[in-house]
Design a protein around this ligand. Structure first.
Ligand code: ZN
Length: 158
């Protein structure tokens, strides 16, 4: 059985960021084939052209973790990509990209309006609490929000 890394097969020159792409649907336990999780590639920056600072990526991670969990109980995890161009979102069940696009856009509207203390960003709660950048996180949120929901799911648009 082959077990390839799905994202290594993606043509990173062919996509147009920002976008939302269903990367994978996976069965959790072969004994329960209907019990699946879905993984999404939520890309902010055009691959190999631009990328988020560590601070902005880290702040968005904290704000997504907070806001998305207020909107749905289906979220398993949000984690930043090592290339710093976006995030992986993992959900319970096989979710629709349009539903994810609406969710991410709504969370980013909250990010763009957010003021005050970043949740979970105290020394006790975070592994690198000094490395946050709310201003840059907001500007990436605003850039993402310029793309309408129905275009976000069209990964290969020109
Ligand atoms: Zn942190």
């Amino acid at each position: 059985m082959t077990n390839r890394v799905e994202s290594f097969e993606l043509d990173h020159d062919g996509v147009t960021a920002p976008y939302i792409r269903k990367a994978k649907v996976m069965t959790v336990n072969p004994a329960y084939p209907d019990c699946v999780i879905s993984k999404f590639d939520v890309r902010f920056a055009q691959p190999n052209q631009e990328f988020l600072s560590n601070g902005a990526l880290h702040t968005l991670e904290h704000l997504f973790a907070t806001f998305i969990r207020q909107m749905t109980d289906q979220l398993i995890d949000v984690s930043p990509m090592g290339c710093r161009t976006g995030f992986y979102f993992v959900f319970c069940n096989d979710q629709d990209p349009a539903w994810v696009a609406r969710l991410v856009r709504n969370a980013l509207i909250d990010v763009s309006r957010f003021t005050g203390e970043i949740p979970g960003a105290s020394r006790k709660e975070c592994g690198n609490y000094r490395e946050h950048d709310l201003d840059e996180a907001k500007s990436w949120a605003e850039k993402f929000l310029q793309v309408p929901e129905e275009e976000l799911v069209n990964v290969y648009r020109k």
